[in-house]
Design a protein. Structure first.
Length: 100
């Protein structure tokens, strides 16, 4: 049942509050990546482009980001290197399974 995980980990008050607090940024990302692929829905191409732009899949990097006057910088990689394009495709497919 694909909804078991959703009910347990996603459809919760804390996740709802987090998404609402970032709704503006999430909507901007959605709009950008749907328009980039010419669709009104987030396609697999848009999803993979988002992950690549954010350097979240194995083998992708982004320039290091300086954090102002702090002298600190974000690493070139935004993750530990284990998330593959195949993993991303599975996540996309699993997310598309209609809830009951």
């Amino acid at each position: 049942d694909p909804d078991v995980f959703r009910r347990f980990a996603v459809y919760t008050a804390p996740v709802d509050a987090l998404c609402r607090s970032h709704a503006r940024a999430l909507n901007a990302l959605f709009t950008y990546y749907t328009r980039r692929t010419g669709s009104q829905f987030l396609t697999i191409a848009g999803w993979l482009a988002l992950l690549e732009d954010a350097a979240l899949t194995r083998g992708t990097t982004r320039p290091a980001l300086a954090l102002g006057d702090t002298g600190m910088a974000l690493e070139e990689r935004a993750f530990d290197g284990d998330f593959t394009v195949a993993d991303a495709r599975c996540c996309f497919a699993w997310a598309r399974v209609a809830p009951k």
